[in-house]
Design a protein around this ligand. Structure first.
Ligand SMILES: NC(=O)c1ccc[n+]([C@@H]2O[C@H](COP(=O)([O-])OP(=O)(O)OC[C@H]3O[C@@H](n4cnc5c(N)ncnc54)[C@H](OP(=O)(O)O)[C@@H]3O)[C@@H](O)[C@H]2O)c1
Length: 284
């Protein structure tokens, strides 16, 4: 059990008084017995925050990995996400309870609305359910994922409550400067999904490679450090124990302001990995 790497991971303060580990472990595609082993390995390697979702169909595996680890519940930060098909108020509350039963947990540290699905337009109702789930003690912190400023503003206007976290696609080819500023100005912590661009061409980018050589680090470490220096939390996924450790070893070096700016300049107009624009993309 690597307590050293766990201790080196900073926490980001959430507006509700809770704390989010700045580096967590993404679990998308990790399922079944192999998934349980990989997630358990990540906990052994020092990850304390695990990101799952109803739609990953692996809440069972994540729960099993937690039970197999020797870690106390208070050491962990577990989050899941509400799918688009359950935005209706009562269904949303029931689904949060079902998530807990699947994981065999009594509460979540964080629960997110996975996508706003603005064409369906029920995300305010779903948000009211998360507000109440927090009140009932099912979740400690409530947030959203893939919400644009217009969606966040509507939540505030109609419920008076802003999310404490917005989990969004963020990597050097899609660096989201406007969303980051909006989140910062509103006290919302940005959490980066696909922080390594799901291993696309960014892992071979020549500019990032040059910076990596200068720091004697790998390209993924430079990318994750850049994201953390922008103030974001990150949730890289890896099925390899050495890459899991690499992705958590980020706080023994620092990028200069010029290096941060240089990586930010790699942003592309069409840099999304999968062309999922939350203004129109819907996922149920
Ligand atoms: N909210 C949302 O809508 C949303 C959407 C997508 C993802 N997510 C969350 O974000 C998490 C992370 O995103 P992601 O899984 O899409 O992509 P990612 O973490 O950006 O990239 C994962 C890929 O990078 C490879 N990789 C990881 N570390 C590496 C390293 N050090 N060197 C080389 N290759 C490395 C992995 O391969 P190996 O496994 O072989 O190491 C895997 O192919 C997900 O697991 C999920 O929890 C949320």
């Amino acid at each position: 059990m690597n307590y050293e790497l766990a201790k080196q991971t900073p926490f980001l303060e959430l507006r509700d008084g809770n704390r989010l580990p700045q580096v967590g472990f993404g679990t998308y595609k990790l399922r079944g017995a192999a998934g349980v082993n990989t997630i358990q390995q990540a906990l052994n390697n020092g990850y304390r925050a695990l990101d799952t979702a109803v739609n990953y169909e692996n809440e069972g595996s994540v729960g099993a990995a937690i039970r197999r680890s020797s870690l106390a519940r208070e050491e962990l930060f577990i989050s899941s996400k509400l799918p688009g098909r359950h935005h209706q108020y009562q269904e949303a509350l029931t689904e949060i309870q079902e998530s807990l039963y699947r994981m065999q947990l009594d509460y979540f540290e964080l629960y997110l609305i996975h996508w706003p699905n603005p064409l369906k337009d029920q995300y305010v109702e779903a948000w009211q359910a998360l507000i109440d789930a927090q009140r009932f003690g099912l979740v400690r912190s409530i947030g959203v994922s893939n919400f644009l400023p217009e969606h966040l503003q509507r939540l505030e206007k109609e419920t008076g409550v802003l999310p404490v976290v917005d989990q969004i696609e963020l990597h050097p080819y899609w660096s989201q400067p406007k969303q980051l500023s909006f989140d910062r100005e509103h006290g919302i912590v940005t959490q980066a999904w696909s922080p390594l661009g799901r291993a696309n061409a960014v892992l071979k980018d020549p500019l990032i490679k040059k910076i990596a050589v200068a720091h004697n680090k790998t390209i993924p470490q430079i990318i994750l450090r850049w994201e953390t220096q922008l103030g974001a939390a990150v949730i890289p996924k890896s099925s390899s124990t050495s890459r899991q450790i690499q992705n958590l070893t980020l706080f023994d070096f620092e990028l200069s302001a010029a290096e941060v700016t240089a990586i930010s300049s790699l942003d592309k107009d069409n840099g999304r990995t999968n062309n999922q624009n939350p203004a129109v993309y819907q996922e149920f």
